[in-house]
Design a protein around this ligand. Structure first.
Ligand code: ZN
Length: 264
């Protein structure tokens, strides 16, 4: 394990363009519930999963009813603003500040990378603290709209200040395409990187799962997994090696060594 941590630090320190892919494993270490685990949101409430599958069609067919339902049902994840980044988030932000890590591409919607100080974050599945206009791709913060007031005044859905289209939450629903700007930018990053650090994700959900597979096509790219258990990336030989354990424990140790190499 110690040896693999040193190897990862050396690979990152000599990289020219390192990117990180992150997933639910990083969020659960901050106490955010996952969806399909033993205590998952949907394991405990299958009706919430059925609603989630229907949400995008509902938004498309009747944005006003979609918003009415959304604002009258408490979020299945509770108040995401109550959670804090963990040492794994801070380690990635620190490696960015050293100039080593260029971008974090995350499947998580909780904004914890931004909270921990990461500057270049691509929210692949959207961000729970933002609204998005699917028509023109403008983003707004939740503070930009008083949703409760719009609901009371029967002025739902909230409308885009740029083009007037109906807004939706930035988070990507089942069946909804990845926002094209984020999808394109992520593909570019996967095509540019020489080191990819995969943290807390088994990368089985497409199209996110394409990103490490695309990077793998270039023989010299080093793909480092930090995951609790081997994943399809390990088994299919997509990753170069796996460091097994919690991202909140392993990433800070890698970061510490990267700092030593960079400053030494
Ligand atoms: Zn718009």
């Amino acid at each position: 394990m110690e040896e693999l941590i040193s190897r990862a630090a050396a690979d990152l320190a000599r990289s020219k363009y390192a990117v990180a892919l992150t997933g639910a494993g990083m969020s659960t270490e901050s106490g955010i519930p996952d969806f399909r685990g033993p205590n998952g949101v949907w394991t405990k409430d299958p009706s919430a999963e059925r609603r989630a599958y229907l949400a995008y069609d509902k938004y498309l067919s009747n944005p006003s009813a979609y918003w009415e339902e959304r604002l009258s049902t408490p979020s299945v994840l509770g108040n995401l603003g109550d959670y804090l980044p963990n040492p794994g988030h801070y380690a990635l932000a620190q490696m960015e500040s050293f100039g080593v890590l260029k971008t974090v591409i995350t499947q998580n919607v909780d904004n914890l990378h931004q909270t921990s100080g990461s500057q270049h974050v691509l929210d692949y599945h959207g961000n729970a603290f933002k609204l998005r206009c699917p028509a023109c791709l403008s983003r707004y913060t939740l503070d930009d709209y008083d949703l409760a007031e719009l609901r009371q005044a029967r002025h739902l859905p909230p409308l885009c200040n740029n083009c007037g289209g109906p807004l939706k939450p930035d988070t990507v629903h089942f069946g909804e395409p990845i926002p094209p700007d984020v999808a394109e930018h992520s593909l570019e990053e996967a095509g540019l990187c020489d080191v990819m650090l995969v943290c807390g994700t088994s990368a089985v959900v497409y199209p996110f799962a394409e990103l490490p597979r695309l990077a793998r096509l270039r023989a010299k790219v080093v793909i480092i997994e930090v995951n609790a258990e081997p994943t399809p990336l390990t088994i299919e030989g997509i990753s170069s090696y796996i460091i097994k354990g919690k991202t909140g424990e392993i990433l800070p140790r890698i970061c510490e060594q990267v700092e030593r190499i960079k400053k030494g």
